[in-house]
Design a protein around this ligand. Sequence first.
Ligand SMILES: [Zn+2]
Length: 476
Amino acid sequence: MTNYNLTKKFSQFTYKLLKVLPTGGKSYPGYLFIKYAGLDSIKKLANEQLETGSILITGTNGKTTTTTMLINLLSNDTDILSSVDNNTIYALTTALLSKKANIGVFEYGIRDIEHGIPDKVQKYVQPKGVLYTSISREHTQVLGKKNSFEQYVKAKTLLSKDMMNGVVIVNTDDPNTCNIGLNKQEDGHVIYYGLETDMVEDVYEPTDSYCPICGKKLEYSRHYMNQRGVYSCECGFTRHKPDIKVTKVLSSNGRLDVHVIGSVYNYSFDNNVSIDVELSLPLFGIHNVYNTLASLTAYACFTPEPENIESNISNYFNSLDFSILPPGRFEVEKLGDKLVGIGQGDNGDALKVNVLFMKRELFNSEAEFIYCTPDANEEEIFEDHLKTLKTVNPTHITVVPGRVSLDAAEKYYEKIVEIGLNASYYPIEYDFDKRIKGIVKLINESEYSNIIVTGCGEEQAVWNIIKNKIKEENKN
Ligand SMILES: [Zn+2]
């Protein structure tokens, strides 16, 4: 047996062991495989295990939800293997070792070139499709090193840069992902998805976005959400017309009515397929309308059974509920006579989205904002958060350290007070259990009937435990 085959067998054997072991090391088989067979062996492995090939999902926000939706849609039509909510090459390789399948669907997050190795992943995984959700300012600090936004965009670009004859799927409302698409037009198929409706409008004051070509400030004729909208630059750079678009977003009877229409290239069929569907979604925020659109677009591009696209999309989304969203997701709970919104918001976008959920309570009545801070060297995230805090101007803010550094938390607190917001500082040492107990205590003892708890937290699980404790207390 060759070294490669031996390593593959051995790594697969550890995969079987992991099914018996209850916890830990979910990516261990992939780690072992890469360690002994080498990173470049992934190419052979992917070829052996996948008939059609892989789809990679990347972006700043929405990766996990979009990937989950795509997995659900595609697995109705064909055999797939997947990894979601774990963004490493080890998780991806572990999934490849698990079984043979037609298509691999992998969430792949890239914070920077060095740790994300997007160029190598492209070279060895040889994706047939790369889907971009959005690219906004986040993770400017990676393992203690500054990472400029330009480098961050470049890292994401490399994931599809050398892919030939594949399908690049981009959010055309986002200038950075749109530009990635424009640069790939010569190499294969590019599908642009976006919104085309006047039923969606950003309630926040728009932040400036800059042209990915010349760096000048972009002009927007419509703002859908943060940097996403209809934009152009005096240099000639402009939003590409969407191939598939959402033309209606309307809440009615506790659901969200959405109309999607368009025509996209299907990889198996090697031809275009058209889509015209009316969907009834859970009362999602706009970011999840984007996730819905992104996932159904990728599904339409890659399903081997294009005849039933419309009915499959309708059946899936019309029966969807909130459980599709990741465990740290923002949820609003009743606790006695209090209304409490809790969930992770560890970048500017995510925090804004959470605030929108409680728009009425936060802007029109007395409310407490329990704000969990970013870490040291995450000033950019804090600046984004601070803008939202300023817009909301809650009656009272309690500042709690969200990540490792208590010094940083205190520094952020001082800045909040400096701009005239009413705040107090509540330090809790870096210990999951103490943080959870501390936040639950703050909620219980708050004198306000509307409370929002969001910001940075170490793990989705922490948010989930806090939510569950509140749900439990509610029952008692
Ligand atoms: Zn320009």
